[in-house]
Structure formats: structure tokens, C-alpha cells
Design a protein around this ligand. Structure first.
Ligand SMILES: [Zn+2]
Length: 359
């Protein structure tokens, strides 16, 4: 029953090659276009284009995707927790979190979403709890699931899209590949309409403060390389609310990539922890709403454990091929453990080697 619903929703999104890249597929517009072609009436085709333009300016994309439910974290604070795995066709690429905070002057969204359709669907959920406009979007890092929804927010009038400088730079370099990956998964309907909005981002290096009205502010911070080169952390003082971006995971096994700097990640986490303290509500990059203690345990403590085990192996004269001997059985319960633990061990081992004090 549920699967059928998903399939129907997806069927509603399938676009013709022509519609790809134009913003959305609307059966009403498609019907008019088909009629215009059959009858050869240019005025009908023109009218269909007009309707499409108006709809796009108003942020209309098509069927709303069945995203995970909105979870209330605190007064005026909500999050949608994405899938605890990699991006797939079934999870629409939403394998991280989209969260928002309602301020007197408007809504702040953390994470642009993995594609315009997910961003649009999240926006429909936002509209159910507030009539205030979305005015600020902060992008958590350079990854596709943080950036490829940005064109939707731009199209509906959001002009304050914040991104850390390295994140913007790295995203620009990989944009074409990230969209292609969506297509390879069979998600053409979700990724075909995305545009690279990086040239419109408000970029910052170390920090940015967003005045969100009513004497309230959102603090954006950069604490150094970690899971990616440019991870953004956001803090809302009035709510003692911390968005860690990919500096923090809850429950889910961290995924260490070739570009991940596990050595600096520990240092960045320490800085973030010292800055935000323990008494904060945490919305991590992956996993549901959490606490500092929990996110520290699932991210930082894991990295420290792995580093210390790697150091023991190195002291025994062993090389990277021994890294997978590290006993990670205590983490076996975590989502994506099977897919990540060996790669994590090898990369962390190599990062430890690189940072050994020179004799
Ligand atoms: Zn991520």
C-alpha cells in the first residue's frame, strides 16, 4: 500500500526529456503542450509556457514527495530526519536532515536539501506549521545533499543562502558530477531541474551572524576541516540549539571518505564543543535530534578510539593492511556499519600515520 503510494508519487514526477531542466512537470501544462503540438496552435504553446513561468515563480514543482514526518524539537524548531544510509532512488536522495526555526521575521532553514523536489516538499511541510516566509537558508557543506536543493529556495525568493567558502569552492568543482550521480540512480525527475546557485551564495570564511529579527540571531561558524573541507555549524543562542552539520552524527556510523580529514575532525569537534558547551539541543548532520553527549560519543569518541587503536598497531610495527584488525564490534549495531567500518579503519589509520610526530 505504502509502496504503491510512493510509486504513484514518483510516476507523477516523471518528466519528458523536454521538461527536464525547465523546472517541473505539471500534467496541466503537459496536456496543453501536447494539444498545442497536435493542433499546431502556437498560441496554446505560448500560453502553456506562460503558465509554467508563473508556476515556477511561485515555487510550484509538482507532486509532493512523501518525506519522513516533521518532528518538533522545541518551540518553533522542527526537523525532518533523512534516511540513515546513502542516497537512493527510494529515499529521494534525502539521507541527511532538513531543519527549520521559526523567528518573528521569518524562517531559517538549515540545509538546502538534496534536490529541488525534496526542497519543495519540505517547504510544503514548513507551510503547514507557519505562514512566515523562508528568508534564510544555510548550507551545511559542499555535498550534493546539502546544495542541490538551493535552486528551489532561490526560485521562491530566498536571497540569503549562506555557505562556507571551501564548501562553495568544492561544490562548484563537483556540481556536474553530483547531478550526474542523481541521474545514474534513476532520479532524473528529481535532479533534472537543479541549477548551480553557488554564484548567489553569501559566502563566509570563519563566521557569519544572521540577524533574524526580534533581537534574535543565528551564528554560523567554521571550525576547520572534518568530514569535508568546509563544514558549517549553526547556533541559535535564544534556543540553545546547535546544528553540527557533518561535524556530528547520532547513531549512524560516520562515513569517512578519501577527502575526509579525520585528524582535523577531532580538533574541529573539540572547538565546537568548547564553544557550544554541553547544555545544548543538537540536531546533527545525520541522525535524529540529540544531545552533545550523544553526538560526542557517536562521532568524536569513535574517532578517538580508532586513532588510539591505530597508534597501538603502528607501535607494533604494523602497516595499513592491519587497520581492519581493529575491533569495532561495539559499533556493529549502527546503521551502515557494514558499508563503512573497514574503509573508515583504513583511512583513519593513514591519517594517523600522516600526523605522526617527526622523529
Ligand atoms: Zn552528509
Amino acid at each position: 500500500m505504502k509502496l504503491r503510494f510512493v510509486m504513484t508519487a514518483l510516476a507523477g514526477l516523471i518528466m519528458t526529456g523536454e521538461a527536464l531542466g525547465q523546472g517541473y512537470s505539471d500534467p496541466y501544462v503537459d496536456g496543453m503542450k501536447a494539444y498545442a503540438q497536435e493542433s499546431g496552435q502556437a498560441s496554446v504553446a505560448q500560453y502553456a509556457d506562460e503558465v509554467q513561468k508563473v508556476e515556477r515563480a511561485n515555487g510550484y514543482i509538482g507532486s509532493v514527495l512523501p518525506l519522513p514526518p516533521l518532528q518538533k524539537v522545541a518551540d518553533g524548531v522542527y526537523t525532518i530526519t533523512g534516511a540513515m544510509m546513502w542516497a537512493t532512488k527510494e529515499n529521494f536522495g534525502l539521507n541527511n536532515n532538513i531543519s527549520f526555526v521559526i523567528f518573528p521575521d521569518g524562517v531559517f532553514v538549515f540545509n538546502a536539501g538534496p534536490n529541488p523536489v525534496v526542497a519543495y516538499s519540505a517547504h510544503q511541510m514548513i507551510k503547514k506549521v507557519t505562514s512566515k516566509p523562508v528568508k534564510w537558508v544555510a548550507i551545511e557543506n559542499n555535498q550534493g545533499h546539502a546544495n542541490l536543493g538551493a535552486s528551489y529556495w532561490w526560485d521562491v525568493g530566498v536571497r540569503n543562502i549562506y555557505s562556507q567558502a571551501y564548501a562553495t569552492e568544492d561544490f562548484n568543482k563537483t556540481y556536474a558530477r553530483l547531478v550526474e550521480r542523481g541521474f545514474e540512480r534513476g532520479d532524473a525527475a528529481l535532479y533534472g531541474m537543479t541549477r548551480n546557485m553557488a554564484s548567489n551564495y553569501t559566502t563566509f570564511k570563519e563566521q557569519a551572524t544572521i540577524d533574524v529579527g526580534g533581537g534574535e540571531k543565528v551564528e554560523l561558524r567554521y571550525f576547520g576541516e572534518a568530514h569535508t573541507r568546509g563544514s558549517t555549524v549553526a547556533y541559535i543562542p535564544s534556543k540553545k540549539l546547535l546544528f553540527t552539520g557533518d561535524l556530528g552524527y547520532a547513531d549512524r556510523m560516520i562515513a569517512v571518505f578519501p577527502y575526509t580529514n579525520t585528524h582535523d575532525w577531532m580538533a574541529a569537534f573539540e572547538k565546537m564543543h568548547a564553544w557550544a558547551g554541553d547544555e545544548v539541543t543538537v540536531i546533527p548532520g545525520h541522525g535524529g535530534p540529540s544531545s552533545m553527549a550523544k553526538v560526542k560519543e557517536d562521532t568524536y569518541d569513535y574517532l578517538v578510539y580508532m586513532r588510539d587503536e591505530a597508534l597501538k598497531l603502528i607501535a607494533e610495527g604494523k602497516g595499513v593492511e592491519a587497520a581492519t584488525e581493529i575491533d569495532q564490534s561495539q559499533f556493529e549495531w549502527r546503521p551502515v556499519y557494514a558499508q563503512t567500518h573497514e574503509g573508515n579503519a583504513r583511512k583513519i589509520f593513514n591519517d594517523v600515520l600522516r600526523h605522526l610526530p617527526k622523529k
